[in-house]
Design a protein around this ligand. Structure first.
Ligand code: NAD
Length: 291
């Protein structure tokens, strides 16, 4: 298990990953955000995760104190410090991620594993800027990270077998289960999941059912824990829009999100994170995550 872990990007996923790593191991975890304001938001998110864990009896106050001591916050990649693995969770955009990997590749010795939490972008493309692409891999965690069991490991064209072994052991050490996917657009889970969510969007657009009935129908018909539109709200419509547009470019118009999603993102109706998406979240507070 790694003793020092870096996380780049302290948003929804970066915070969840950092929290889970600190909770499930003794590692020192450093998180990097682009400025003090966003770092502060990340610190607050992390505080909420820890507090919720204590309130629910999932972690003791000693564990909470240990987590607080072992999570560090920085605004400079160079200040992340030594690490056996650095996990990137920045915006879903190849050039943005490439810039991060170019810098990480220069900062870290070849034995440090560099992982991307991308939901569907090419690991080969992201790794192409690195002088050691063999240590680059996709570690696709799911939201909410403390709860979701799966990590999809994605092998780029040059990812080494040792990198896959390290990533698998690291994820299993966090109590996760791993599947391995080839580096094809959307991998396994995003490709199949987006097809399902796109079809729900088309049903809404064509007036086949209301948002409530589409979600209720799918939940009860297939025994899913939540409907496709609720899932879009949970993931975030801005993140989803980027994923669907990228899959449309790579795999064709069956992944086109359609006008409803675009308008909602333009109106800042992003789902839970903005309090309103297909459903309202302002009235009742967001249900806390059980670690
Ligand atoms: N939201 C989900 O459910 C989900 C699930 C699986 C994977 N992912 C993937 O995880 C990644 C992050 O998604 P998210 O939902 O956490 O997004 P988010 O918008 O909540 O967080 C992204 C964070 O990255 C920061 N950032 C941007 N550029 C940066 C840089 N150069 N250096 C450091 N920080 C930077 C931003 O300030 C922001 O806080 C994306 O690749 C996304 O596709 C998301």
């Amino acid at each position: 298990m790694a003793e020092r872990v870096g996380v780049v990007g302290g948003g929804l996923m970066g915070s969840g990953i950092a929290y889970t790593v600190a909770l499930k191991s003794d590692a020192v975890v450093s998180i990097m955000e682009v400025n003090d304001e966003l770092l502060d938001r990340c610190r607050q998110r992390m505080g909420k995760l820890i507090q919720t864990g204590v309130q629910r009896g999932a972690i003791t106050s000693e564990q909470a104190a240990s987590l607080g001591d072992r999570i560090r916050y920085v605004t400079d990649l160079g200040a992340l410090g030594p690490a056996e693995i650095v996990i990137e969770a920045v915006f879903e955009d190849v050039p943005v991620k490439q810039k991060v990997f170019q810098q990480l590749d220069q900062l870290y010795p070849p034995k440090t594993i560099l992982a991307s939490n991308t939901s569907g972008l090419s690991i080969t493309a992201i790794a192409s800027v690195a002088s050691h692409p063999e240590r680059v891999i996709g570690t696709h965690f799911f939201n909410p990270v403390p709860v979701m069991k799966l990590v999809e490991l994605v092998c780029g064209d040059k990812t080494a077998a040792e990198t896959v072994t390290f990533a698998r052991q690291f994820c299993e050490g966090l109590g996760k289960e791993a599947v391995v996917a080839r580096d094809r657009p959307g991998f396994i889970t995003t490709r199949v999941g987006q097809a399902y969510m796109c079809e729900a969007l088309r049903c809404l657009e064509e007036g086949v059912g209301t948002a409530e009935d589409i979600d209720k129908g799918i939940r009860l018909a297939y025994n899913f824990p939540m409907g496709p539109l609720q899932l879009l709200d949970l993931i975030g419509l801005d993140t989803e829009l980027k994923i669907m547009e990228s899959l449309t470019r790579d795999l064709g118009p069956r992944f086109d999100p359609g006008p409803i999603m675009r308008q909602m993102v333009a109106d800042n109706r992003l789902g839970r994170k903005s309090g309103r998406g297909f459903f309202e979240y302002e009235a009742k507070p967001e249900k806390p995550v059980k670690p």
